[in-house]
Each structure stands twice: as C-alpha cells, then as structure tokens.
Design a protein around this ligand. Sequence first.
Ligand code: ADP
Ligand code: MG
Length: 377
Amino acid sequence: MRKIEEKAARAFTERFGEAPEMVASAPGRVNLIGEYTDFNGGFVLPCAIDRRIAAAVGLAPDGEGVLFSADFDEERSPGADPDGTWADYPRGVAWAMSRKGAEVPAFRAAFAGNVPLGSGLSSSAAIEAATALALDALLGLGTSKKDLALLCQKAENDFVGVPSGIMDQYASLLSSAGSALLIDCRSLDDEPVLLDLEGANLTLLVCDTRVERGLADTGYRDRRETCEDAARALGVQELRDASEKDLDRLTGDELKRARHVVRENARVLEAVRALRKGDFAAFGRLMYDSHLSLRDDFEVSTPELDAFVEAAREAGAPGARLTGAGFGGCAVALVAGAEAEALADFVRRKFQKEDFEEPAFYRFRPAAGAEVSGRLS
Ligand code: ADP
Ligand code: MG
C-alpha cells in the first residue's frame, strides 16, 4: 500500500473503530500540451502526477453515513446537498452513481491526500476518482474506468457545479505509470503514450505562480464564445474541424482564438509523434510554441507565467509552457533532472526581483492512474 493509502486507512480505523473494507487512490494531473482544445472537440495530452488522494471506505453498520477528511480534520454527511465544501466531491460521486441506477447504501469514508489543492493540478478529479473507484469496488459494481470517469465528470458538472471537460477525470482514472494520455475530446477515445522521462534523465518541474485566477471565469467564457462564433463563421461543427487554410476567412479575435486552437491541435498530434520517437527536443519545442500561442493568440498568460517560461528557455530546458486555463495558476517545464533545482532557484530570484508572489515548485514523474489497493476485510 502507498503511504497516502495507509494514512487514509489509519484515519478510517481511528475514526470509526474498525478497519476499512476497501482503499483506493487516484492522482492529480498536469497537462503537457493541448490547452483550450477540449471544448473545441480536439486533443489533449495530460499525464498523471505522483501526488494522490486516497479514499478508505466501508459500509456503515448503523446506516449512518459519514465522510471524514484527515487533511481538514472534519466530518460531513454524505447524503447532504452541496454546501461548497470538500465533501461535495465524494457526495457528488455517490449521487452520480445512484442516478446511474446503482444502489448506494450508507457508507463511511476517510480521505487523505497530497495533491496541491486549488493549484490547477486537479485535486478535485483525484478525490472524485478515488471515491468512485473505492465505492465501485466496495459495492462490487465492476464499472469500467472510462464510465467511472464520465460519472465523476457528471458529479463535478452537475453536483459541484463546475463546468469542466473530461480531461481531468480521464487522466486521473485512465493513466498508466511512465506514460502520458492522449485524449480525443470528441470521440472520448484515449491512448497511452510512453513518456520515459527517467530514461532521458528529464523531469517535469511545475511552477505554481500563486496568482489568483481572478479573471478566469469571464476570460474563459469569453474565449469559449469566441471559439463557437469562429466555428459558426466557418460553417464547421467545432474548431476541431477547421484547418489552417480556413483561418484566412477569419479576422480579429475570432482569427486569433481559432488560430491557437487549430495549431494547438496539430501540435498535440505532432507531440505524440515526437514522444513515440523519443524525441524530447522536438516535444519541448512544441511546448514553447504552445506557450507563445497561448500568450499571443489566446491571450491567457500572465507576466509570472511568461517569466517562468523565459527562465526555462534561458536555462536551456527543452520545453516549457503555461498549463491549465492560464490567468495565473501553473506552468510546466521539461528539464534535465540535475538542473531542476537550479531552475527553481533562478525563477525564485527572478520573481523576487520583479516583486511577484513567491512561487511554489513541484517535481513530478508520470504516475499510475487510479488503483484499488485491496479489499482489507
Ligand atoms: P484543483 O482541482 O485545481 O486542485 P479545485 O478547486 O477544482 O482545484 O478543487 C480543489 C478542492 O478539492 C478543494 O477545495 C477541496 O474541496 C477538494 N480537495 C482537494 N484535495 C483534498 C483533500 N486532500 N481532501 C479533501 N478534499 C480535497
Ligand atoms: Mg479541479
């Protein structure tokens, strides 16, 4: 059992006076390339990170369900309506399971995790996926991981109320260790892509700029609408169906946003080809290109994200880009393992000089998706 799974199991035992029946855990994720392509029916390439949330579960003998968070040291009721707390994620999963026709009896659950929360590394999908897999195993439902991912997305969209795409839940449930996950957001097909960073002495360095994503909501909605307008102007169903040549028929913001989407989709497929050849230099260049496109055409970068990417370039890192929705949040660099620490120090000093918030850094390796760690009794 992983340490975090042991922690959740221990929290369950201490809280409820008996061992859990089932423990599962699921990772957060970082998107390597393919930004703002999901709602245009395009491609994304995330990978699961080696930070997870674990859920230890068991049936409630007295019919009184309880959710307990070891990290927040807090108990909540699983059957309650959404109240804007962490408990909405596991509640939403149980709700979505019942809506799909499963009989979900009263259960108890304890959670422990180490996915940085609210940083854009999708701790929310991690807690959903861990809950879904643990409950599915506890109840012996045998749902496929793909269906569990869709169910978690439903929980996040319709119970928690966050209109997210499918990337986070797919990455958390369907990733395999040492691989990235290519997702076709239209067909919902997925495919592992070998990402042997260790073999190439590379690592992923994520910089959380700690900038509140203040404009994120309106900025996101604006761009989504402009993409839909552009698709309509071109007479295609989604920008996924537009080509480089179609761009000649657009102007202004529609041109800029569509150009990003069309080229970003092409970059994702190109990036997959590069990884298949083990060509990390080409992969990294595509990351830099993606960043410039997000900065200049999609206009979702910030001075902090740009500073990180520039620093990575100056330090000779093969690739770097903002990751997630932008407007703050995180950037990711592909960097030689031995140089990650120096890059982080360099960026810290640079941020200090610019009077930016102090950033947080994380090193990740591509990790396994959600797993049940076993029936315990
Ligand atoms: P992100 O998914 O980018 O991390 P979100 O705002 O979507 O950010 O999700 C963060 C929320 O997920 C937290 O506010 C909390 O409610 C829940 N969460 C994250 N980690 C944990 C944890 N270890 N235990 C319980 N809830 C958690
Ligand atoms: Mg989230």
